[in-house]
Design a binder for this molecule. Sequence first.
Ligand SMILES: C[S@@+](CC[C@H](N)C(=O)[O-])C[C@H]1O[C@@H](n2cnc3c(N)ncnc32)[C@H](O)[C@@H]1O
Length: 216
Amino acid sequence: MELQQTTTGEFTLYIPSMDETYHSRNGAISEAKHVFIKEGMNRTQGNIRILEIGFGTGLNAMVTAQHAADTNRKVFYHTLEPFQVPYDLIQKIGYGAILEDESLFAEIHNAAWESAFKINEYFTLHKTTQKLEYVQLQDDAYDLIFFDAFAPKKQPELWNESIFKKLYKATRSNGVLTTYSAAGQLKRDLKSAGYTLEHPPGANGKREMTVALKQW
Ligand SMILES: C[S@@+](CC[C@H](N)C(=O)[O-])C[C@H]1O[C@@H](n2cnc3c(N)ncnc32)[C@H](O)[C@@H]1O
C-alpha cells in the first residue's frame, strides 16, 4: 500500500498488487462529498443510520461526521473493514488537516473497534473488522448504505446479486444505497435485489454513478 497523489493534489492510497486506488484518481475528497454526501446523505432526512462497506482511510466517515454537525443531524455510522490501513499512512494522508479538523479525524481513527463509540453529539461510530460476505445485518436497519468496495473487476465477490439481496433486506423502507460504480452487471444485480435505480453524473466528471432506492 502506498500514497498516490490525485490530480487535485491530495493523496489517496494505491495497492500495486491489485492496481487499485482507494478513491478516484481525480480527487478523493470531491468524490467522497459527491457520491456519499450529495447523492447519499442529502437524499435522506433527520437522524439516520448508515452502513459503510469499506472504512479504508476513514475519509467517508470524516465528511459524514462534518456534514452531520453542519446540518444538525445525528448519524449512527456502522462501517466494515477487515483490512485496517496502518496508522502511519493514515497520518501521512492528512485528511484531517485538509478538512480542517485534525482532532475529529484522529478521534474517528482512535475509536475502539467492535463497539459503538459516541464521537460527539452528532456522530456515533461502530467500526468492525467483519467482512461483508459474513457479517449478519439486521433487517430494515439502515437508512443509507455507502457501497464503497474496490471496483467490481477487482473484487467481484462483493458485487453480486446475493450480496445486494442481503443489503436490500438491511435497508429501511425509502432507504438509499449509493456507489461510485455504474457497471452494467451492478445495475442488473441491484434491480434483481429489488432496488429502483437512478444514475446521476458521477464525481470528477465521471459520466454516471448509481443510486439505488428501496421504494417500499
Ligand atoms: C475503495 S476502499 C474504501 C475507501 C473508504 N471508504 C475511504 O473513505 O477511504 C475499499 C475498502 O473495502 C475494504 N474491503 C475489502 N474487502 C472487504 C470485505 N470483504 N468486506 C468489507 N470491506 C472490505 C478494503 O480493505 C478497503 O478499505
